[in-house]
Design a binder for this molecule. Structure first.
Ligand code: SF4
Ligand code: SF4
Length: 126
């Protein structure tokens, strides 16, 4: 069985890199985030999705290639005010359901920079 790689976000020097595309979250959670009064807070898309508690999902807006909740210092404004409201996908990333997220290879610098293992040559082959 393939081992899930261990990635420590605390050691990441470019934590904002995985926030370039924003995140999906439950519509009711988005409404609570709007009540926090974060400057520039905005959401777009509304889709019916029964895997979310309210039955609807929305996404944080993205401006200039970054989630609108990403502060100038590269931190998440929601996390700073109320961690419990930070989208679950963001809390989990680069994992998803206990496994490495399929998006990790595109968004996580730690996964992208992992050196690829060289294939061992079988003896006698050039
Ligand atoms: S909500 Fe916060 S952690 Fe999630 S993508 Fe936006 S800035 Fe990053
Ligand atoms: S998920 Fe990857 S890019 Fe994002 S903070 Fe963690 S190590 Fe850094």
């Amino acid at each position: 069985m393939k081992k899930t790689p261990r990635i420590n976000c605390q050691e990441c020097r470019t934590q904002h890199k995985c926030c370039e595309f924003g995140a999906w979250l439950d519509l009711d959670a988005a409404k609570k985030i709007l009540e926090l009064g974060i400057k520039g807070a905005d959401f777009f898309h509304l889709v019916k999705d029964d895997s979310y508690p309210s039955g609807y999902a929305t996404s944080t807006s993205v401006e200039d290639g970054r989630c609108v909740f990403l502060t100038k210092k590269g931190l998440c404004a929601i996390h700073k005010i109320d961690y419990s409201l930070k989208p679950a996908h963001c809390k989990e990333f680069p994992y998803e359901d206990g496994k490495l997220s399929p998006f990790a290879k595109y968004l996580c610098v730690a996964v992208k920079s992992k050196p690829k293992r060289k294939k061992k040559k079988s003896p006698g082959r050039k």
